[in-house]
Design a binder for this molecule. Structure first.
Ligand code: DQQ
Length: 549
């Protein structure tokens, strides 16, 4: 039981008990970041009592839990207040659009607004008396119509465009578009925003937003609601694949006249190409933070242990540490996801290591004390001579199927072992694996190996990851956030991300250690710099004087 207690995180968003899931977006309002999320007030798994939890924070990290914003208390949401979006409109109003599960389990869309816009906490919400405002249109199944969000405002005719994910009869994912002036009366457009190129199924939690592609504007994420497509902009379409349970995005262009999204490259369209996160991460949404002019991403990270353990723990699922989103102006082919800068203010003790040679087949313990809440930033170099001496190596390497951190190749794997016990019989490995084609080109794989992360039974363990661009002259760079039962890892400053839930049985409390390792057979790898910070707990709590779940 000590073991299960240890799994609660120190600096992640985590209500006192029960089940949480999809972030239902966030907003900055009257000095507070508001966060809404799927929450089951009565149990540790999803069921029809699913509701909207609510919390506020000054910095996206220290949270005050508030009473729930929305509960299933009308016929049109009797089987759950499902996902949707909370939007701060440019005129200062706030709307919440959400999917309700009716008594008969039909998915309908509903409207709710705050009772008192002058209350910075937005404690009270009222549902519109005309709900449901939308029911499934002809040709759309009752259970394929959910997760609405207002995406764009047209000033000239004061119309909002609202999009909703679905699928067509052939199982292709589609995104429906409605227009509305008042969020009560809606018109379905004859065209759709996008249809996937492969039959990937129902698209959940669709998101669409612009990113700046030029260096000069790259530091500004942009507000979608009034943005006009133009030079220096690209658009991101994101959807959560209900069949596969992963969040995919595509980079492309957006045409306002036809209101359609077109991927730059059809072979990496949404559902088949790029992912926000190669590990456990789902139902994400972004919001535009006008306070800091950035776009911030949240997703939820479910459990991979047994239902029985969730019941014993009394809670299930986490939200990831919010990530800023930028376009990668160097590769021009991916987004950059990076923990919000506020995380750095939680850093305390720092241990710094420089120029540590890692010989083939070796490990090196980083002496940092109790290693349960950490922020690690590491840069590696691979011996040039070894690379040159390698004609061709491991061209068919694949994180998921090539045996993980224990499988040795010429130029990898190398990286870090976190939440490791002293004997390394328990460990989570985050690593690079470099392969070299006959053309001499290097290809880097970024992987996270959960196979030895726990000695407990009934846990799903995988090796996750993908290839990541490492440009000429760059070192191999990792950042890893460790927080008890979650490991969030970022390669090449955010080009690729992998999140894992892990449940160590021995590498807990003061027995948790961190190591560098190099399992390459031929190359010496140098850890050029490694910074390890301890991260303070955020001691999230219920807002003083209020009662929250
Ligand atoms: N979860 C919600 C749905 C959404 C799904 C229900 C994604 O609205 O499609 O809790 O995890």
């Amino acid at each position: 039981n000590d073991m299960l207690r240890w799994q609660r995180t120190g600096f992640h968003f985590q209500p006192g008990k029960n089940f949480q899931a999809d972030p239902n977006a966030a907003m900055f309002y009257k000095g507070w970041y508001h966060f809404f999320y799927q929450y089951n007030p009565t149990g540790v798994a999803w069921d029809y009592t699913i509701s909207w939890g609510h919390a506020v924070s000054k910095d996206l990290l220290h949270w005050n839990y508030l009473p729930m914003a929305l509960r299933p208390d009308h016929w049109y949401d009797r089987k759950g207040v499902w996902s949707g979006y909370s939007t701060l409109l440019p005129d200062g109003r706030i709307v919440v659009l959400y999917t309700g599960g009716t008594k008969e389990l039909v998915q309908v869309q509903n409207l709710a607004v705050p009772v008192n816009l002058s209350d910075p906490l937005l404690l009270e919400w009222k549902k519109s008396h005309v709900n449901p405002i939308l029911v499934p249109p002809p040709g759309i199944e009752d259970h394929d119509f959910r997760d609405p969000f207002p995406v764009w405002y047209n000033e000239s005719d004061s119309r909002w465009h609202v999009v909703i994910g679905s699928k067509d009869p052939e199982h292709y994912g589609i995104v429906l578009i409605y227009t509305t002036k008042d969020f009560v009366n809606f018109t379905l457009l004859p065209n759709i925003l996008h249809s996937t190129k492969q039959p990937v199924g129902m698209l959940e939690c669709v998101d669409l937003f612009p990113v700046a592609t030029t260096d000069s504007r790259a530091n500004q994420a942009l507000d979608m609601t009034t943005m006009r497509p133009g030079p220096g902009l690209k658009y991101v379409l994101k959807a959560s694949m209900d069949d596969e349970r992963h969040d995919y995005y595509a980079l492309g262009s957006f045409d306002l006249d036809s209101f359609t999204f077109t991927p730059d490259d059809e072979t990496i369209d949404v559902g088949i190409g790029l992912r926000y996160d190669w590990g456990k991460f789902y139902a994400s949404k972004t919001f535009y933070d006008q306070e800091k002019q950035r776009r911030v991403l949240w997703g939820y990270v479910g459990e991979v242990d047994s239902k029985r353990d969730d019941a014993l723990k009394g809670w299930a699922s986490l939200q990831n540490i919010p990530r800023t989103i930028l376009f990668d102006t160097k590769t021009k082919s991916n987004l950059i996801l990076w923990p919000v800068e506020e995380v750095e203010s939680l850093r305390t003790i720092n241990k710094n290591f420089n120029s540590i040679p890692l010989y083939p087949g070796s490990t090196y313990q980083l002496d940092v004390g109790e290693a349960t809440q950490l922020d690690i930033v590491a840069e590696f170099e691979v011996d040039e001579k070894a690379i040159e001496a390698t004609a061709e190596a491991d061209v068919t390497y694949n994180c998921s199927t090539s045996g993980g951190a224990a499988n040795r190749g010429v130029l990898g794997p190398f990286g870090l072992l976190v939440l490791a016990n002293q004997e390394l019989s328990e460990q989570t490995a985050t690593y690079f694996y470099v392969s070299r084609g006959i053309d001499g080109n290097l290809r880097t794989h970024f992987c996270q190996d959960e196979l030895r992360s726990s000695k407990a039974g009934a846990i799903t363990k995988r090796v996750v990851g993908s290839t990541v661009p490492v440009l000429h002259g760059e070192t191999w760079a990792l950042r890893i956030l460790v927080d008890h039962s979650i490991v969030e890892s970022f390669a090449q400053r955010g080009r690729a991300v992998a999140t894992s839930r892990v449940y160590p049985t021995e590498a807990i409390y003061s027995s948790a250690r961190v190591f560098l390792f190099n399992n390459a057979t031929d190359a010496i790898v140098t850890a050029k710099t490694v910074n390890v910070w301890h991260i303070n707990s955020t001691y999230n709590h219920v807002f003083p004087g209020l009662v929250a779940p």
